[in-house]
Design a protein around this ligand. Structure first.
Ligand code: FE
Length: 134
């Protein structure tokens, strides 16, 4: 696994936009159908907005109808970590970047084949890079 990044909240708040900071470092959620990537269709890779680690490929992106960018798999299982999240009276699995712990979104077991997973991710946590995942 890649080297972990540890920065203070102060450092992150200087590097990120207020919305990126709220979502990635405070576990926020952007309103549905408002992010820059929910309906984005380029070919390339979606990197972590905080640290640049590759997280998701356009090859696994699909339209879930949720209003958030949705993927049926991560680029590599070791690039994301999963955490039980019981906030708001719901049992959900939170997904974070494995390198910098950025909050990305949640993963649900109602996705399409071949994995059956739906990674429901905030646009604010992502930075799209055109081209192949290399
Ligand atoms: Fe990251």
């Amino acid at each position: 696994m890649s080297d972990r990044i540890n920065k203070s909240d102060d450092e992150w708040s200087k590097e990120l936009s207020p919305e990126q900071y709220q979502v990635t470092r405070c576990g926020g959620t952007e309103p549905a159908f408002t992010g820059k990537y929910w309906d984005h269709k380029g070919e390339g890779v979606y990197a972590c907005a905080c640290c640049g680690q590759f997280l998701f490929s356009s090859d696994t992106k699909y339209d879930s109808g949720s209003g958030w960018p949705s993927f049926w798999d991560a680029v590599d299982k070791s690039n994301v970590t999963e955490h039980e999240d019981n906030k708001f009276g719901m049992r959900r699995i939170e997904v974070r970047c494995s390198k910098c712990d950025a909050h990305l979104g949640h993963v649900f077991p109602d996705g399409p084949n071949p994995t059956g997973q739906r990674y429901c991710i905030n646009s604010a946590s992502l930075d799209f890079k055109e081209g192949s995942a290399g």
